[in-house]
Design a protein around this ligand. Structure first.
Ligand code: COA
Ligand code: AMP
Length: 628
């Protein structure tokens, strides 16, 4: 069936279309009702269906006779370890961990925070939760205690599963001191803290009272079976940056998500069961959930857990080594990773060392991909580099290409076409649909297809205000875009205070809150400026309080340190510039877009609402001074 036809059916004959797709996964109880409207008139999929995600990822394949197939490869250049697990071996670990969690009193509907590095035990913990209906919340291992506290306070976990350390190239990052600090700051005590001891160093002094040893728990526990959960039962919460300082707990269902992921593996990635599929993302991001864990395992693909960086572990040939060693057929990464490789190996010398015969397609997402990177990829790697666009909220691609039948056409700089299920429009601010080639807001007609967010955890008002209130009957993505005459979509970037730094989604408002808390700062603006390697990096412009005589160097150093301690080093806030005043509108709003354009050195139009045009010259002079 051709793509156009699939797309049309997904919109015009929505329920039949998704009922057929739902048959591609194995339910404990197949849904009779396909789409329902809940009390908030936000649609839900397959409400009376019952299934279990861990069963689909693991047990089903064993029942079907594939227990001895490799399910997981762990490749860790930073520790020199390599290990594989078959589906049967994975079930052994997961079912016993699930039994252990149950023995600690965790049951269906409870939440558990997982704060772990890129090791197999993280995946086991996610699936162990899914096995017994516990809702997991994976927190990116690079986040600082404050970020952990925000999540703990919001989802009130009954357990926190962690490890003794992560590794950043050659640097051990001890997690327990961070966890201890978070627990101290959190409103409620977390009853159970389970720690996987990686035994990387003698770290006895980092242990604190009340820890449960992960390995002992697994060893002494009886395996637990997969329980049936309703299709709408939350599988996980994943917090993501919004336009305020507080992250949003995106809530994902089970049945719609499983259906959408199976569809993605079949049609978008076009990968066959039994092949190796690798998404090089941290488990802490949406990509890590959907395409390092659930998608490939549902599809019976071997998935790879890579603990390292695309460069320096040991060199920029690491990705090609892994692709060759494990016969990866389809890979997914962020463009920034390819840019980092390209910078180290501009002539593709390291690529030549490896046999990439099995490698068929490279998918890219997470941020805009520049054409030069696509060109480099195709020239030196020789497989198609396929951009696609999605968000934590959707959980799977919304714009992309359906590559399964090989009959697709890449348009450089475009993220592709709307994926079946996503009725995408480009609107102006008044809700009028724009013609081809006009830039506007990317919005999607409701209902969203299966797999997209159920809501925001514990905050229905925020869910409505963030996504559903801008245009009635539509989901507001927060991205700008242009459509061309062939229906291809070109993403132009966020229209809110969210920025993307090396594929990491961050909120500039959150950074502004931290910058403003510095005792010498009267007010500030943090904007995302262009960066050749990371796509965007934050830049803070601050106005000092009257009477403050702190030097630019000192305040920069202090603010940079505080942002690292409060959010993470991945925020990459490295620049702080002091100015006498910020450009504002007559009504007192900070003109952040103008600041960004001036910092990027791009052409600008003077906003008609500006209160004093002279400020532009002032800021330009400051920028020159700051950069000299
Ligand atoms: N734990 C602790 N610290 C971490 C960390 C983690 N898990 N991940 C990153 N950091 C630190 C880094 O060590 C670095 O610290 P430094 O400033 O002291 O040097 C800082 O955060 C910035 O990290 P990053 O921006 O990731 O830069 P990098 O040079 O370490 O790596 C890339 C560059 C391109 C390899 C990396 O950014 C990457 O893989 N990005 C893709 C993200 C992604 O997969 N997103 C999902 C969507 S596809
Ligand atoms: P996240 O929720 O962390 O996956 O980030 C989602 C945001 O990343 C989107 O709203 C976009 O702004 C950006 N993004 C993701 N994929 C792409 C892409 N292919 N091109 C441009 N921007 C992208």
């Amino acid at each position: 069936m051709d793509t156009e036809h699939l797309f049309k059916r997904s919109i015009q004959d929505r329920e039949h279309f998704w009922k057929e797709q739902a048959r591609e996964i194995r339910w404990f109880r197949f849904p009779e009702q396909i789409l329902s409207e809940n009390k908030n008139s936000y649609p839900q999929w397959f409400p009376d269906g019952e299934l279990n995600m861990c069963y689909l990822c693991i047990d089903k394949h064993i029942e079907d006779g594939f227990g001895e197939q490799t399910a997981i490869v762990y490749d860790s250049p930073v520790t020199g370890q390599k290990k594989t697990y078959t589906f049967s071996q994975a079930r052994e670990e997961i079912s016993k961990l699930a039994g252990g969690l149950a023995s600690l009193g965790l049951q269906k509907g409870d939440t558990a925070v997982i704060y772990m590095p890129m090791i197999p035990q993280t995946l086991f913990a996610m699936l162990a939760c899914a096995r017994i209906g516990v809702i997991h919340n994976v927190v990116f291992g690079g986040f600082a205690p404050h970020e952990l506290v925000v999540r703990i306070d919001d989802c009130r976990p009954k357990a926190l599963i962690t490890a003794t350390a992560g590794i950043e190239i050659a640097r051990r990052i001890p997690y327990l001191p961070l966890v201890e600090k978070a627990i101290e700051l959190a409103q409620d005590k977390v009853e159970n803290i389970i720690v996987y001891n990686r035994k990387l160093a003698d770290n006895q002094h980092e242990m604190f009272d009340g820890l449960t040893d992960y390995e002992e728990l697994v060893k002494k526990s009886e395996p637990a079976d997969c329980i049936a959960v309703e299709s709408t039962h939350p599988l996980y919460l994943l917090y993501t940056s919004g336009t305020t300082g507080k992250p949003k707990g995106i809530t994902r269902d089970t049945g719609g998500y499983a259906t959408a992921l199976k569809f993605s593996m079949n049609y978008i990635y076009g990968v066959n069961p039994g092949e190796t599929y690798w998404a090089a993302s941290d488990f802490g991001w949406a990509v890590g959930h959907s395409f390092s864990v659930y998608g490939p395992l549902i599809n019976r693909n071997t998935t790879i857990i890579f603990e390292g960086k695309p460069v320096m572990t040991p060199d920029a040939g690491t990705f090609w080594r892994i692709i060759s060693e494990y016969k990866v057929s389809v890979m997914f990464t962020a463009p920034t990773a390819i840019r980092a490789i390209k910078k180290e190996d501009p002539d593709g010398e390291l690529v030549k060392k490896y046999d990439l015969r099995h490698f068929k397609k490279q998918f890219l997402a997470g941020e805009r991909c520049d054409v030069a990177t696509l060109d480099w990829f195709e020239k030196y790697i020789g497989v198609p580099a396929i951009d696609h666009w999605w968000q934590t909220e959707s959980g799977w691609p919304m714009v992309g290409l359906m590559t399964s039948d090989g009959n697709y056409k890449i348009k450089r700089a475009s993220a592709g076409k709307p994926i079946p299920g996503y009725d995408i429009k480009i609107f102006d601010e008044n809700g009028l649909e724009l013609d081809a080639h006009q830039e506007g807001y990317l919005i999607i007609r409701l209902p969203l297809p299966p797999g997209a967010l159920l809501g925001i955890w514990n905050d229905n008002d925020r869910f409505h205000n963030s996504y559903l209130s801008q245009y009635k009957g539509y989901y507001f993505s927060g991205d700008g875009a242009i459509k061309d005459e062939d229906g291809y979509i070109f993403i132009t970037g966020r229209v809110d205070d969210v920025i993307n730094v090396a594929g990491h989604r961050l909120s500039t408002s959150e950074m502004e809150e931290i910058v403003s808390s510095h005792p010498d700062v009267a007010e500030c603006a943090v904007v995302g400026i262009d960066d050749d390697l990371k796509g965007q990096v934050p830049f803070a412009t601050v106005v000092l309080k009257n009477g403050s005589d702190i030097s630019n160097d000192l305040i920069e150093q202090q603010i940079v340190q505080t942002v690292r301690e409060k959010i993470s080093a991945v925020a990459c806030l490295k620049n702080v510039m002091t100015v006498k005043r910020l450009p504002k509108t007559r009504s007192g709003k900070i003109l952040r877009k103008l600041i960004r354009t001036l910092l990027d050195g791009k052409e600008f139009r003077i906003p008609s609402t500006i209160d004093d045009e002279k400020i532009i010259e002032e800021i330009q002079l400051k920028i020159k001074e700051y950069r000299s």
